[in-house]
Design a protein. Structure first.
Length: 141
């Protein structure tokens, strides 16, 4: 039997991620297979050259990754939090739209190590960035 995902509980938990919340990142949808998060592009997100700052794009990707790799906490499958161990992001093009959208895919999920892909596009469909995140599930001492 499939356990229903309580997105409001997930949103409340990740609202404590003040940096992402202050950047405007929102959790749009969550399934076992995919998480979607988005962020409006505002003047606060622009770099000196007038394009979206890489750190803003990374913040969106990182939160989407965190939601997906910690989904087991909200489904009662895990009690230990998964943290980012390493990641690699490739910036492919400057966004042209008004919003960035991140979609996650789990590539591998083991007992303590997991790997996720996060694809970031703008609301016009332009491929903006691609991130691979490695997660490590901590065991309490």
């Amino acid at each position: 039997m499939e356990i229903e995902i309580d997105i409001e509980h997930i949103r409340a938990f990740f609202a404590k991620d003040r940096f992402a919340a202050n950047a405007g990142v929102v959790i749009d949808s969550v399934t076992r297979e995919k998480v979607q998060c988005s962020m409006p592009i505002t003047g606060e997100h622009l770099n000196a050259g007038g394009t979206v700052q890489g750190g803003a794009i990374f913040t969106l990707a990182d939160l989407a990754f965190a939601v997906h790799c910690n989904l087991g906490l909200f489904l009662g499958e895990r009690t230990d939090i998964t943290v980012g161990q390493s990641n690699c992001i490739s910036y492919l093009a400057a966004p042209k739209g008004k919003r960035l959208i991140a979609h996650t895919t789990c590539l591998s999920s083991g007992r303590s190590v997991s790997v996720y892909r996060v694809e970031i596009r703008d609301d016009l469909g332009n491929f903006v960035a691609d991130m691979r995140g490695n997660g490590f599930t901590k065991t309490p001492r």
